[in-house]
Structures are given as C-alpha cells and as structure tokens.
Design a protein around this ligand. Structure first.
Ligand SMILES: [Zn+2]
Length: 430
C-alpha cells in the first residue's frame, strides 16, 4: 500500500481537545506523523506519498461499534433471522460487514451471531482479505436457558437449529457450550442474563443461576475469551459486576446499588445501552404491527424512561457508555448506527465531544486494541475518516454517507475521497 499525506485537514485526534488544522502522514498501516499547521505554513510534502488536500475537511479516527450483529437481517422478528438458510445468511453477513465500513465504522464488536459460526467465518474472511469489512471481534450465539431469550424452538420442534441462541441448563451444559464456542474460535461469549419483553420473557427477569454464570466466566477466562451479557434487569447488571463480566449490554434498570457497584469498577466494564432499539421499538415500528400501544403494553416505554435515567446517572459517574446496539431489525436497519451518537447527545446529556470520544477513544480498549486504535496519533493504526462538516457542531453529519468523504482502514482507502485535480494536489470536490 502506498503512503498517504493528508494536508489542510481539521484534526480531531480522539484526545478530547478542540480540533486543529494540520497534516497527517500515513505510512503503511500506521499514522507516522501528525503536525499542526497555520498561517499558510506547510511542512514539506513527502516523496512518493499520495497527497490529499482536505480543503478543511474534518479528519477523525474511525468509529467503533460496540454491539454488532452482522447476522441480524433487517427483518421484523428473531424467527425471520433464524430461518434464513446458512448459505444465504453468510452472504448477508458479508454484505452487511461492507455496509458498516461504508458508514465509517472501521471496527465492530460482535455481540452474538444467529448461527454458531457466522461471526467467526466473517471475521476470518475479513482478516484474510476474502471480503471487505471492519475490524471485527467474533461472538458466539446468545447463550440462554430453556424458555429464555433466544430459545425460539417450539414444543413440537425442539431441534436446536430452530433456536436463535445456544440453550443450556446447569453448570455442566454451560461448560460444554463455552468450550464448543472456544473451539470454533470466537472472541466473545455472549450470555443472555435477562429477558427481553418482545420475546415473552420480561426484560426485568433474570434467568441464570449464579453457578451457571460463574462457570461461563471461569471457562471463558481459561480460554482467554471475553464475556458480554445481555443485561436489562437490575439483578443481571449486578451479576455482571459481581462476576466480572466486562461488557454489559443495555443495563436499563440500574438501581442505586447497581450504579454504585459499577462506578466502583468503572474501568473494568463497558456499557452499550443500545438505545436505538428501545426508541425505535417504542416509536417507529408501527408498520410491523408494533404500535406504541402494543409496545407500551410490552413495557418498552417504561424501560426506555428507565434506560435514559440509568444512562444519565452512569454518564455523571464516569462509567463508559459506548454506541451500538441491536441494529439489524426492520426498524433499526444496519448502517444507521450513528443514530446512537445523536441519542447520546439528545437523551443522555453527552456533549457532542463526549459522544465522539465514546465512539473513538473508548473504542480502542473496547476492541482490546487500546494502545493502537482510537486516536489520530503517531504510531496508531491508520483507521481514519474524512468528514464534510463538523460532527462537534452537528453530530448527525455522521449519519449521512455523502458527508463521509473517505474511509481508511489499516492504511488503505475503503473509499477514497472524490478527487478534483488541482495544480499541486488533489482535493475532494466541494
Ligand atoms: Zn444484541
């Protein structure tokens, strides 16, 4: 890959400072130089590098999605996802992976696959260059209990192929299940600690015994795997802290004790609430029969209020809240994920700066690549976006593909900026 030299860009480096005008040199897959410029002074161009005159565009780290399901297929139900045959399903995942990169998500943390090996196969295919997609951490299926969230079998059709999740009962089955997914090569074990009202098991219910959860965590540790939990209920959030489950998805019903526990261990956890699911299920799913009346009865309007209150409290306590969450339903299609950042600003009380940092600086450690990912700094991996506009002034520009002028992953353009030839350099066409 050739070197790339961005000039005349406003650099948001992920450190929380105001953006500055400068230049960024990418050599190989790394950022090798970041310089401030001003008053028309420009550092010498670099021999042999492709020069991109940003014409004042906003250069920032690639976005990190903390709760991704490539295998959710933009359909209105879990059954519709599960019934997709594996052959079509893997093609779908490949297509979706590309969509994420297109929208500036250069890294995604897998949060469960609908079939046992979908995530692993996609991650491997991205890594070896067979398909195009973001950096990806592969997840297991959702581990659940009989009758729990993810057990979509019918009494007369008990075959596990009909189940959305991997169903276990008791410590030994849990151990076997974790070992099976470790054998397949997942990065993350996903466990459904609480219910999900749309499936019939209330969000406020917690389904696993303490012993089963402990076995999951213990076995995952043995294999060097991370555990992530679907945890909406109060009890399940506390279970995550007690058992050392690093990634907490949803965390809607955090009471004072749960908040205290989380705050005391705030550097050990990431929270990704997935507000888009709640907001759109409450307000934008009528076309699929989920009118506000129906979703109110299911408890989602109450949950949304609680979730917003919980996130506001967590933000105040410095608990890391990250974007991402259950995109891939008909009313939350893949690719619209930057809505989360808008919701953080609108509902959680974050500044646009905090929202950007939640998707960049915190994304590095979320990807377990904290020392090399999430900043525009020398030595960091060159995952970069060039934006037409200022996300700090209007966070919604990140939802618009046209405004994302360029996407670079690992030093290579997935999408190069549209070029207009000028005398000294090429610049994106305004
Ligand atoms: Zn999820």
């Amino acid at each position: 890959m050739g070197d790339v030299f961005f000039t005349n860009v406003r650099i948001f480096d992920g450190g929380g400072e105001a953006p500055f005008t400068g230049e960024v040199l990418v050599q190989g897959n790394r950022i090798s130089r970041v310089t401030r410029t001003g008053y028309g002074i420009r550092t010498p161009t670099v021999m042999g590098a492709q020069v991109i005159d940003g014409a004042g565009a906003f250069l920032m780290p690639g976005l990190v999605e903390a709760h991704t399901h490539f295998s959710w297929n933009d359909q209105p139900s879990l059954d519709a996802i599960q019934r997709m045959p594996p052959e079509e399903h893997i093609l779908w995942c490949a297509e979706v992976a590309k969509r994420y990169l297109d929208m500036g998500w250069t890294s995604c943390v897998g949060a469960a696959a609908a079939k046992p090996r979908l995530d692993v196969v996609i991650r491997n295919a991205i890594n070896d260059g067979t398909i195009v997609g973001p950096r990806y951490l592969a997840a297991s299926q959702e581990i659940t209990v009989p009758g729990g969230l993810g057990d979509t079998t019918a009494p007369h059709l008990p075959q596990h192929e009909f189940a959305f999740g991997a169903i276990v009962s008791g410590a030994e089955e849990m151990r076997r299940c974790v070992r099976m997914f470790a054998k397949y090569g997942v990065d993350t074990l996903k466990i459904n600690l609480s219910g999900e009202s749309i499936t019939g098991m209330p969000s406020e219910m917690s389904q696993f015994t303490e012993e089963e959860v402990a076995v999951c965590v213990d076995e995952a540790k043995r294999w060097g795997k991370r555990v992530a939990a679907h945890a909406r209920s109060t009890w399940s959030i506390k279970q995550c802290v007690k058992q050392g489950i690093e990634v907490i998805y949803h965390a809607s019903f955090a009471d004072e004790e749960a908040l205290d526990m989380l705050e005391a261990k705030k550097l050990d956890h990431f929270v990704a609430p997935g507000l888009a699911w709640l907001i759109n299920t409450c307000h934008n799913a009528s076309a699929w029969g989920l009118t506000p009346e129906v979703t109110r009865k299911m408890g989602y309007h109450h949950e949304l209020e609680c979730a917003i209150e919980s996130m506001r409290a967590m933000r105040k306590r410095g608990i890391r809240i990250l974007p991402g969450g259950d995109y891939g339903f008909a009313w939350t299609p893949h690719g619209t994920n930057a809505k989360d950042l808008e919701y953080f600003v609108k509902h959680v009380g974050m500044s646009t700066m905090e929202a950007l940092l939640s998707a960049t600086a915190w994304g590095g450690p979320m990807m377990r690549m904290g020392k090399v990912l999430g900043y525009v700094r020398e030595g960091y991996l060159a995952d970069l976006l060039l934006i037409d506009g200022d996300p700090l002034a209007d966070i919604t520009v990140l939802q618009d593909r046209e405004r994302i002028l360029a996407v670079m992953k690992d030093g290579e353009f997935h999408r190069a900026p549209p070029l207009r030839h000028a005398r000294t350099a090429t610049r994106w066409a305004a």
